[in-house]
Design a protein around this ligand. Structure first.
Ligand code: ACM
Length: 556
């Protein structure tokens, strides 16, 4: 038994835990894995994961155990007394029970069980053959606060190859996060194969060079950057996520953040304002003024894109799989103001201005998706000019959009930039690599409250949950993504899952204590997190310009 038993260092902390250090359970060569009805997928995951880490075969435990009562046994079952994603883990003598209100609940219980086993359970091969896997006897009962516990990954600004995405799904699962918001398109790259429009990836998925550092940096990386997921890659990612009870919500960003698409198909842009044939995939950062033209051709084109997308991201029984994210953020209107075509459309539709034109554009896809049994979700700009029933909002410009949306009866995912943009720097020191925006420490994220106090209980019911957003302009590789994302994602996971008190009353010291055990888990997983003492030499980026903002973030 270790000095600090893993059971007292769980992240996220469970609702209820009863520990008996005088009794034990164990996993050994003979442990049988008994999968009750509906838990076969979790058994497969456990056998693959813990089997690799321990070297134990975990044979099927169906039927009578040959070793009788003393034989160790890991039994999975779905129990109706538990909430859908809730679970119970009981370690007591030779029997270990992992029970859930659904297969998802059993899976989250299995994640907790893995934490109980210690950091070596996160490795892919045994490092101490012959060791005993002893556990203190424990009963844990747990269930999540929020249904939407998300991570947004921007794979457009810097492409993350498929293996990296699968790895992030594993990291999300280890933190009981269940929605991957997959930001697949932007000005700097189109990342999903669309068969009827091959140039989206032939032309749109790469750029000849990349700005190194933030927009004002004079540095360039003078080599092509790019990549995309084939349709089978996407199917694999979606299926891999589903095995981990994670839903992937794809984002195709319209009508702004679309320069990569316009560079592939110049007719999508405002051809009466600029020569769109001269555009290439953007190689710097910021907000491009090259936005989609509000024409029938553009609408038909994107209907074609979404038709293929709906097949790749089926709305099956998984929670939230009906959602399709259409972006809608930061659409500059200068070209629409200058475009006779856009102005004629405003006139024809009887709209007041360009903001209403954007609202019409988003509204079109809202109806189009609804007619196909889907739900639209977009960044909070989509509220401007009115939003159809059923559409949901990702509240990123502070809480305000989320508050307005919830009051208007729309579902909301809270992801205010001032709180949970993980590209923002996590320390004010000079060694912080490519520092962006405000300082958001581990403690700041731990004290993030997704439900603003302004909402009544009824309005707060529209808060589906929360997500942390990882924008990758200054994250050129997975090491940089790890550094920005961890350890803060562990604090975020506790906020999204746990039943924490009000921010000021949260016991950050206890969280830090538990993090000492969690860092060992992240080490075993090979996560390049930011150490509490600051960046390691190879995590620094001396001389690479960021864009820090001094002072505390505005409270909005
Ligand atoms: C965003 O950060 N533009 C959603």
């Amino acid at each position: 038994m270790t000095e600090t038993p893993e059971a007292t260092a769980l992240i996220p902390a469970p609702r209820r835990i009863v520990l008996d250090q005088h009794r034990h359970g164990r996993l050994d060569e003979g442990t049988r894995l008994e999968a009750g009805p509906g838990t076969e997928g979790v058994a497969r995951w456990l056998r693959a994961t813990l089997g690799a880490a321990t070297g134990f075969p975990l044979p099927d435990g169906g039927g009578r155990p040959e070793g009788g009562e003393r034989e160790s046994r890991l039994a999975l079952s779905i129990e109706e007394d538990l909430p859908p994603e809730g679970y119970r883990v009981v370690v007591d003598g030779p029997a270990i029970l992992i029970q859930g209100g659904s297969a998802a609940g059993v899976f989250w219980g299995a994640q907790t069980f893995r934490q109980l086993l210690g950091p070596d359970a996160y490795r892919r091969a045994p490092v101490r053959p012959g060791r005993e896997w002893d556990l203190a006897a424990v009963t844990i009962e747990d269930s999540p606060r929020f249904r939407w516990r998300g991570l947004m990954l921007d794979v457009s600004r810097h492409f993350m190859p498929k293996d990296g995405v699968l790895r992030y799904l594993d990291l999300m699962a280890a933190h009981k996060l269940n929605v991957l918001h997959f930001h697949l398109t932007d000005d700097q790259g189109w990342r999903v194969e669309i068969k009827r429009f091959p140039k989206l990836t032939e032309t749109g998925s790469w750029r000849a060079r990349t700005k190194f550092g933030h927009g004002d940096s004079p540095l360039w990386e003078e080599k092509p950057h790019g990549g995309f997921y084939t349709q089978d890659d996407i199917r694999e990612i979606v299926a891999y996520a589903a095995e981990r009870h994670i839903t992937v919500v794809p984002e195709i960003d319209v009508p702004g953040h679309s320069q990569a698409a316009i560079s592939a198909y110049p007719e999508l842009g405002n051809t009466d304002v600029i020569d769109t044939t001269s555009l290439s995939v953007w190689d710097s950062w910021g907000i491009s003024e090259n936005v989609l033209a509000p024409t029938d051709n553009t609408l038909r084109f994107y209907e074609g894109v979404f038709e293929e997308l709906l097949e790749l991201f089926p709305a099956d029984t998984a929670e939230f799989s009906e959602f399709v994210h259409v972006g809608g953020d930061e659409c500059l209107k200068d070209q629409w103001r200058q475009s006779p075509t856009a102005q004629a459309r405003i006139e024809e539709l009887g709209l007041a201005d360009e903001d209403e034109l954007q609202s019409w554009f988003i509204g079109h896809f809202d109806k189009w998706l609804s007619a196909r049994g889907r739900r639209l979700i977009g960044w909070d700009e989509i509220l401007e000019g009115g939003l159809a029933d059923g559409a949901a909002v990702s509240s990123w410009r502070g809480y305000r959009g989320g508050i307005a949306a919830a009051r208007a009866g729309h579902d909301v995912v809270m992801c205010p930039e001032q709180q949970v943009y993980l590209d923002y720097r996590q320390h004010g020191g000079p060694d912080e690599p490519v520092p962006i925006a405000y300082v958001r420490t581990l403690e700041d994220v731990y004290r993030f409250e997704p439900v603003p106090p302004e909402l009544t209980a009824d309005e707060a019911r529209h808060v589906l949950g929360t997500q942390a957003n990882v924008w990758t302009e200054v994250m050129e590789d997975s090491g940089r993504v790890d550094y920005q994302t961890f350890p803060r994602l562990a604090a975020f996971a506790e906020v999204a899952w746990g039943s924490l008190p009000a921010p000021a009353e949260r016991d950050f010291a206890d969280f830090e204590r538990r993090m000492t055990a969690h860092y060992r888990r992240l080490d075993a997983l090979g996560v390049g997190y930011r150490p509490p003492t600051g960046p390691l030499p190879w995590q620094r980026r001396p001389g690479v310009l960021g864009r820090p903002i001094e002072g505390a973030p505005p409270n909005k």
